[in-house]
Ligand binder design. Structure first.
Ligand code: FES
Length: 164
């Protein structure tokens, strides 16, 4: 893969980020966090570029660090990151029908992480520590308590209208 002609990434933006952290390998985590903020995930080409640009690093090292930390996503994320809690309390109180309603609404079969239009990504997570509000859905930083299939469909409809 050519570093000179990476697709989907803006090399000047990456250079800006790398330079803002003094091109230091000790700042790799912070650099990756910033890149993820820009792209909402870590594009492969960006990791290769960083690995070749910063002294003492290699693309393999950058991949290794990125895959080690759960905070980094190597898959594209949607503008809206939907997390459906499937901890015990939420599961017992109906998180699966809520998840299925989301999949149906966004036309995302099981296994698909991001909607076709790139707006929504979907994952299940373990207990979010808000069991009293079960079943819980979090969209970006907003908590939606006591969700039902109907309620989450209305929430998604509202977000989709805002984006239309
Ligand atoms: S099980 Fe869902 S918040 Fe605890």
């Amino acid at each position: 893969m050519s570093v000179e002609n990476p697709h989907k990434i803006d090399v000047s933006k990456l250079d800006e980020i790398i330079q803002s952290y003094d091109c230091k390998k000790s700042n790799l985590i912070a650099i990756l966090q910033k890149v993820q903020e820009v792209y909402r995930y870590l594009p492969e080409d960006a990791m290769i570029y960083i690995g070749t640009k910063i002294e003492g690093l290699s693309p393999a090292t950058v991949f290794g660090v990125a895959t080690f930390y759960a905070q980094f996503s190597l898959e594209p994320k949607g503008k809206y990151e939907i997390k459906v809690c499937d901890g015990t309390a939420c599961h017992v109180r109906g998180s699966m029908p809520v998840l299925n309603a989301i999949r149906a609404k966004l036309n995302m079969p099981e296994g698909q992480l991001t909607s076709e239009n790139g707006l929504f990504s979907l994952e299940t997570v373990s207990c979010l520590g808000a069991c009293g509000l079960a079943p819980v859905v979090v969209i970006n930083d907003k908590v939606y308590p006591q969700m039902t299939s109907d309620a989450i469909t209305i929430v998604l409809d509202t977000l989709m209208k805002e984006e239309a």
